[in-house]
Design a protein around this ligand. Structure first.
Ligand code: SAM
Length: 283
């Protein structure tokens, strides 16, 4: 039986299957197997995890994940042109051992909690056009089930990683920072990946972020929805004082802010995540 290491080089597969990258699907492929191995290592430890890889494309990162300690690997890909390549990966010794399952679906609509048993992890070089909505979807899952994912190891545009790991007062501090901070135990920047590493190269530098889950649920799902509402109002008008920007979500924002010992004249970017949590609890 074929081993992953015996498969043809990725560039040859792209040509053989006429898999020219399309912009509409955010296709910027990684063909350097040293780099995909480094990304898979950033997701470690995956021991015993049921891993979902989103957008495997020609399967460079998939090859690395097949060599990992994951218990199983499920692929969610929108582009049916990749089917023969992913089927060949499923037929390898490592693919069989991990029960590799390529599913041709839209990651924005699949429910990974229903699809995979715990413990779960997500690893992906995400399509840039849907990367943020996908992250918010998985953060939301962390409020649906305790420790829904052990970890999320994801490639974004570097500017998105700046937002995920920002601190109050930073230029990048915003809604995504607060949602991540309140949903996860920790979020780290792992390493940058230059544009030339991709085929075709995107216009911007990329970076890997890793988000580790908390062991217990931070609160009911309704609280996450309240945090989404409060942060949307506060950061939607980030130059305005909170007493003004929160008018759309609270009848008397000044009284509430004073009660919570938050200056009504403060701006959203000055408030730590815990202050947004306190506000959301009052919705
Ligand atoms: N993992 C591959 C690699 O590193 O070379 C490909 C990464 S490429 C940036 C993004 C992949 O996501 C593409 O294969 C694309 O077809 C797929 N994709 C785009 N939108 C998707 C969606 N909504 N659901 C699932 N896959 C999607």
């Amino acid at each position: 039986m074929t081993h992953v290491a015996d498969l043809p080089p990725l560039r040859r597969l792209l040509n053989a299957h006429d898999l020219s990258p399309t912009k509409a699907l955010g296709q910027n492929f990684l063909l350097d197997l040293n780099l995909t191995a480094r990304i898979a290592r950033a997701a470690d430890p995956l021991d015993g995890c049921h891993v979902a890889e989103i957008g495997p494309g020609p399967g460079g990162l998939t090859r690395a994940l097949l060599e990992s300690s994951a218990a199983s690997l499920t692929l969610i890909e929108k582009d049916l042109r990749t089917a023969p390549i992913l089927a060949a990966l499923a037929e390898t010794e490592e693919g069989r051992a991990k029960g590799l399952r390529p599913l041709f679906e839209d990651a924005l609509t699949v429910d990974l909690l229903e699809m995979l048993p715990a413990p779960r992890a997500v690893v992906a070089n995400l399509p840039f056009n849907v990367a943020t909505p996908l992250l918010v979807r998985w953060l939301r899952d962390l409020w649906r089930e305790p420790g829904a994912y052990r970890s999320l190891t994801l490639m974004f545009q570097r500017e998105v990683v700046d937002r995920i790991v920002a601190r109050p007062g930073d230029r990048s501090y915003g809604r995504l920072t607060v949602l991540t901070a309140l949903s996860a135990a920790a979020a780290y920047r792992q390493f940058d990946v230059p544009a030339q590493a991709f085929t075709p190269p995107p216009k911007v530098t990329s970076a890997i972020a890793r988000i580790d889950a908390r062991d217990s649920l931070p609160g009911p799902l309704a609280l996450f929805e309240a945090i989404e509402g409060v942060t949307a109002a506060a950061f939607g008008q980030r130059r305005k004082m909170l007493r003004q920007s929160l008018k759309s979500v609270f009848p008397d924002p000044v009284a509430l802010l004073e009660e919570l010992e938050i200056a009504p004249t403060a701006r959203a970017e000055q408030l730590p995540p815990e202050a947004f949590l306190a506000l959301a609890k009052r919705r």
